[in-house]
Design a protein around this ligand. Structure first.
Ligand SMILES: Nc1ncnc2c1ncn2[C@@H]1O[C@H](COP(=O)(O)OP(=O)(O)O)[C@@H](O)[C@H]1O
Ligand SMILES: [Mg+2]
Length: 813
């Protein structure tokens, strides 16, 4: 036999031998005339193929009843199979065989021989039914039905090759048509076997029609299921078209929907506000996205927020400046007491603006302790210029995004605080106070101060880019003012850009005047008291200032006055409208137990205790420094929460004293047999700074020389090992503190003499000032007693140092 296809006629006429080698099939049924590829791997099956090849290349293919059986016994095979010819054979390297076989004819298995390497079956051919010509109407109908249904399954997606369909269309043997259909429907083995075993044409067709009918129903359902999934995707597309149609219809009817109205409003604002080109383009771009999107989607909500911001900003809107200088002066005086020099500087600043509106003046930076009026000066400037006022507190701002905004891709993104400030102001030229620039932080989220630098730089702020807006905004018309408590923590690049104006703390008298003129009226109004319902006597205010506040500024004072007003307001609200006069006693009744004891000077002149002057963030303070010598080995112990700088100045004081031991009449052995303990009592407040140097030296010399320190003398100054006294900061605050404590004489470094100008005349008259160039000047003024005076120093020692205090000059307090 040649390995080529057999025509039906050949197949039918072929004479079969009585016995055929058996190839059992798992899950497949071979029909006559059908060609299939097979893979053979079981030993007995390979033997069967070998046997067939040795004979006429003919095999019996028969399905197993159970596909899981590896070595089927005769009774585990169906009783009818198909004789087949091997068309092609390929042995694979692993011993398996690939076969291409063609079914020839149905055969009935008479018996199976099990001896030998493969099964052998005794078979008899089953004749195919004769095609009646003409066929019955019954058969005709079934044939058409099969053809139709086949067509349907293909349309429903059944993968049947076009060739098969072509053959089926032209085939007019009903029995063969049934076989063809059955072999192409991927039937289960038992179903296919049933068809194989059905010989009569009509019956076979009926069975196939039934199977096809079921197949069509299954395919229909399957298509419905996948169709539903698909339509889900198409839905949004469809919605879009519907929406477009709706829009067209509404337009036709002269109606507009919400979105269209909204969009029209956005566009109108762009026109009305003279939004710059770049921003207008961006707005238009986002409006387009809004139009396309689903109105209820999260994306559209985001777009709306963005468009609200963009169209709500005061693009190009500026208020008219009022540059009437005498009016400005009146306003500044109205709002703030004294501060003469500062107000003068502000007036100059305004005058320059008036003469050269386009000039970029410096940025003012008010520096001083809390509550001295830095922020409220900013407010006054806004008022006198007739500009809007915005304040941005930078305390604790660590994230660059707070200044510059988050990119829009963030959930809940917003513009930065600069842009938010402008939005609040409603103009593009407000007075913008950047409060507490010294408290700005920096961390991994980027450095906010570099963003601020850009904000303040007149070269760059014309086109400030906020990440959220994504377009530039012109900040050049904004009048920025900054404030800080100290300059130390501010980046130098920052300080360079600003003109620093220092404000210092207020004296008791100044506080009294400010309270009377500003704070009391302001607080009683804020708490709803009618005019004159509360009146403070001088004593009353003094009591509030001295016993309830300890500060350079006015914040707590204002709060305490407010607290008095509220207490009185409560009485008023309960119909007790008696006028309240607040004297010292009433103040204590209203405010409770006094919170602060006034700094007190030492009660007696004594050895080993001296009064220093310190400067803290809340103002000046007196600082008692104590020292004792006890038997020991020359160690120095320091206690009282001293910072490193203060510890160092204690060491320096000690070294200085030791180097002068002989002059001071201290025995050689003294330091080897004594330990020194220096202590700075009071309040567990951390203390630092070099300005206690002279006090340390004084108290040590007092101990060594057994000379008392005058109780009414207070001192401040840094020392060097050579005995020079170097200048210090915070003179005014320190002098005020000394006065409060009842000190009579204040020792200051010589180089600080000019700072005395800051101190009000009346105070200067009350106190005696000693300006010390060297430690000896200090000791001379502070120590009592006949004890040994320091001998005059040798000329050579004195010549070198005094000329250049500037070398070691520090601005630390
Ligand atoms: N010289 C002054 N005259 C009148 N009121 C003042 C003066 N200095 C400060 N104040 C008031 O004290 C309060 C605190 O001032 P504020 O500007 O908040 O201080 P700062 O910003 O310096 O911490 C404000 O109510 C302010 O009006
Ligand atoms: Mg402030």
């Amino acid at each position: 036999m040649t390995p080529t296809e057999l025509t039906p006629a050949q197949g039918e006429t072929l004479v079969l031998p009585d016995f055929l080698p058996v190839l059992p099939l798992k899950d497949v049924v071979l029909f006559p005339y059908v060609i299939v590829p097979l893979s053979v791997s079981r030993d007995r099956s390979i033997a069967a193929v070998d046997a067939a090849l040795a004979e006429q290349r003919l095999l019996l293919l028969v399905a197993q009843r159970d596909a899981s059986v590896e070595e089927p016994k005769p009774e585990e095979l169906y009783g009818m199979g198909t004789a087949a010819a091997i068309m092609r054979m390929l042995k694979l390297p692993d011993g398996r065989i690939r076969l291409l076989v063609q079914g020839l004819s149905r055969v009935k298995i008479e018996s199976i021989l099990t001896d030998g390497p493969c099964l052998r079956a005794k078979v008899t051919r089953v004749a195919e039914p004769e095609t009646p010509v003409p066929s019955s109407e019954e058969i005709e109908a079934l044939v058409r039905s099969v053809k139709e249904q086949l067509e349907k399954t293909v349309n429903l997606g059944k993968p049947i090759s076009p060739e098969v369909m072509l053959v089926a269309g032209t085939l007019d043997d009903p029995a063969r048509l049934a076989d063809l259909a059955a072999s192409n429907l991927e039937l289960k083995a038992d179903e296919a076997q049933r068809i194989l075993e059905t010989v009569p044409a009509e019956e076979r067709l009926r069975a196939v029609v039934e199977i096809l009918g079921r197949e069509v129903r299954v395919l229909t359902v399957q298509q419905e299921i996948s169709g539903a999934a698909k339509s889900e995707i198409d839905k949004s597309q469809r919605e879009y078209f519907l929406r477009q149609q709706l829009k067209a219809i509404q337009q036709e009817l002269g109606e507009t929907d919400d979105v269209a109205e909204e969009i029209a409003a956005y566009r109108a604002k762009v026109v009305e506000k003279k939004v710059p080109e770049e921003a207008a383009q961006e707005i238009e771009k986002q409006i387009k996205r809004l139009e396309r999107g689903n109105p209820d989607s999260a994306e559209n909500a985001m777009l709306r927020t963005y468009l609200d911001w963009m169209t709500g900003l005061p693009w190009g809107i500026t208020s008219e400046d009022n540059l009437d200088l005498s009016r400005a002066r009146t306003i500044l005086d109205e709002d703030h007491y004294d501060l003469v020099k500062i107000k003068e500087r502000i007036i100059e600043f305004l005058a320059v603006r008036k003469l050269a509106p386009e000039s970029k003046g410096p940025i003012l930076c008010f520096v001083g302790p809390p509550g001295v009026g830095k922020t409220s000066l900013g407010r006054s400037i806004a008022r006198s210029l007739d500009r809007k006022f915005v304040r941005l507190s930078l305390g604790g701002v660590r994230d660059e995004a707070e200044i510059r905004g988050h990119r829009r891709t963030y959930v809940g993104a917003l513009p930065g605080r600069i842009v938010q400030g402008l939005q609040t102001a409603g103009t593009s030229n407000p007075v913008f106070v950047l409060d507490e620039v010294d408290k700005i932080g920096a961390d991994f989220r980027g450095d906010p101060s570099s963003a601020l630098l850009e904000v303040l730089d007149p070269e760059q702020n014309k086109a400030f880019r906020d990440h959220y807006l994504g377009v530039s905004y012109d900040l050049s018309k904004v009048l920025f003012i900054t404030t800080a408590n100290v300059l130390d923590t501010i980046q130098p690049a920052f300080v360079d850009r600003m003109e620093v104006i220092r404000l210092s703390g207020y004296t008791l008298e100044e506080k009294l005047s400010i309270a009377r003129r500003h704070l009391v009226p302001k607080q009683s109004k804020e708490n709803g008291l009618p005019d004159g319902a509360i009146a403070f006597t001088d004593d009353g205010l003094r009591k509030v200032i001295e016993s309830y506040t300890r500060e350079a500024g006015l914040r707590n004072l204002e709060r305490e006055i407010g607290s008095c007003c509220r207490k009185v307001a409560v009485r008023h609200a309960s119909q007790d409208t008696k006028k309240v006069k607040v004297d010292a006693k009433t103040a204590e009744k209203l405010l409770g137990i006094p919170r602060f004891r006034q700094d007190e000077a030492l009660s007696v002149d004594q050895v080993g205790a001296a009064t220093g002057l310190a400067w803290t963030a809340v103002g000046g303070d007196v600082l008692i420094i104590e020292a004792r010598a006890v038997p020991g080995k020359g160690r120095l112990q320091l206690t009282g929460q001293l910072g490193d700088v203060m510890k160092e100045s204690a060491q320096a004081a000690l070294t200085l004293a030791r180097s002068r031991a002989a002059e001071l009449g201290i025995p050689e052995k003294y330091f080897e047999t004594h330990d020194l303990h220096v202590h700075v009592p009071e309040g567990a407040i951390p203390k630092d700074g070099p300005s206690a140097g002279v006090t340390m030296a004084t108290v040590l010399v007092s101990i060594f020389g057994k000379r008392a320190v005058r109780r009414d003398v207070a001192m401040t100054g840094e020392i060097t090992l050579r005995g020079e006294v170097l200048p210090i900061g915070g003179v005014k605050e320190k002098v005020l503190a000394a006065r409060r404590a009842g000190i009579k004489t204040v020792i200051l470094p010589k180089a600080n003499e000019r700072d005395l100008e800051e101190i009000p005349e009346e105070l200067r008259k009350e106190l005696t000032f000693v300006f010390a160039k060297t430690v000896d000047d200090v000791l001379g003024a502070a120590l009592l007693g006949k004890g040994r005076k320091l001998p005059a120093r040798k000329k050579a020692a004195r010549a070198a140092p005094s000329a250049k205090p500037a070398v070691a000059r520090r601005t630390r307090k």
